[in-house]
Design a protein around this ligand. Structure first.
Ligand code: ZN
Length: 360
């Protein structure tokens, strides 16, 4: 199987996830993405929290240790929603703004908000503009903090006849009336940006707008710090292929607003991440025809020079930094102690050797 053909080309994988450790063979999570880095020559990686199998607290701690052990690693942390739906009356010291300050102090380079994904937004109250969120956005906007922001999901998730069994099994079918609609979620996002026009948000997965690029153009015009990433989602690549010539122009024109990420997730096998990054590189920088993420054909945009470099790494460096922040181990230990109850005992046992190492 083809793995990676562009090791000498600079690239940053800006959207990875460290999901959980589960079995012996993956126990050494502090090396899990290093193989990906080695095979692809990625100059840096950005790992985002994803609280699917364990708490965000536990995920944040894993990310901090990962960064402590590996050079050129950026990390984006997330929040523990202690009370659902989201409320302004969080227990003192555990409100979102306090959690945000703690993550920044530990040395997180940005924030991952999965809260705009319908399955996450529903238990939080279906309101992206709740005052508790709003105060958080204000702080991040003021600080210029980078956010990888997942808002909405593919249109098909609302249509029982179009969505896949895999999505239904994951809980990503939203057509039963208890979720916001695609349009409602979209409109909440626009309201959010209206309220915080300078928010430095990278909207994940092309903001699910590959079939309505005029919407993105409007967003780019109105909100100077908003970008999108082209982390798959198969569906956006169908639109890119269908409208190839249009998208060659679009990517050239907006090359300063687009970032590359694989969604590579530990503990998947490394070859998934490297295979995906190879397709993304070829899509941006060559005119090759490849099998895309669901075996449909994808023709490369063949971008050159500045446009190519912007998308492959310069935008991330400009938006976040050329160098990751340093981990403050005292702040990390304080965080572990404060949120101990959100770490399962079995996970805490696995963390202990790492905690002891920094305590020494
Ligand atoms: Zn993701």
């Amino acid at each position: 199987m083809l793995e990676y053909n562009h090791i000498n080309e600079k690239i940053i994988d800006t959207h990875l996830h460290l999901e959980a450790w589960e079995n012996e063979e993956f126990s050494d999570f502090t090396k899990c993405f290093e193989k990906h880095r080695e095979i692809t020559g990625a100059s840096a990686i950005n790992i985002c929290t994803v609280p699917t199998r364990q708490s965000n607290v536990c995920n944040n701690i894993m990310l901090a240790f990962y960064k402590l052990k590996n050079k050129n690693t950026f990390i984006h942390g997330g929040f523990e929603h202690i009370i659902r739906p989201v409320t302004e009356n969080m227990p003192k010291g555990m409100d979102l703004v306090t959690q945000y300050r703690e993550l920044m102090e530990i040395g997180f380079d940005g924030i991952k908000l999965i809260e705009g994904k319908p399955i996450c937004l529903k238990p939080l109250g279906n309101n992206l503009n709740h005052p508790a969120f709003d105060r958080l956005y204000s702080e991040m906007e003021k600080d210029g903090t980078h956010i990888v922001f997942h808002i909405n999901d593919p249109h098909d998730c609302w249509d029982r006849n179009k969505t896949t069994q895999e999505f239904i099994d994951k809980g990503w079918f939203y057509g039963d009336g208890t979720y916001l609609t695609f349009e409602e979620t979209y409109n909440q996002a626009i309201q959010l940006l209206e309220n915080h026009p300078n928010l430095k948000a990278t909207l994940a997965h092309f903001f699910f707008c590959a079939d309505t690029p005029n919407r993105l153009e409007e967003i780019f015009k109105r909100y100077p710090n908003v970008c999108v990433d082209i982390t798959p989602g198969c569906e956006m690549y169908h639109s890119f292929e269908r409208n190839h010539d249009f998208y060659v122009e679009f990517f050239n024109k907006y090359s300063d607003r687009i970032l590359v990420g694989t969604d590579g997730t530990f503990p998947w096998a490394t070859k998934c991440h490297t295979w995906c990054l190879n397709i993304l590189y070829e899509f941006i920088a060559t005119n090759h025809k490849n099998m895309a993420f669901d075996d449909s054909i994808l023709t490369g945009l063949n971008l050159q020079g500045e446009a190519k470099e912007n998308i492959l790494y310069k935008n991330y460096e400009k938006r976040v930094s050329k160098e990751p922040k340093k981990i403050n181990t005292d702040a990390l230990l304080r965080y572990i102690n404060k949120y101990r109850e959100f770490i399962k005992d079995s996970d805490y046992q696995r963390l202990l050797p790492l905690i002891e190492e920094i305590n020494r």
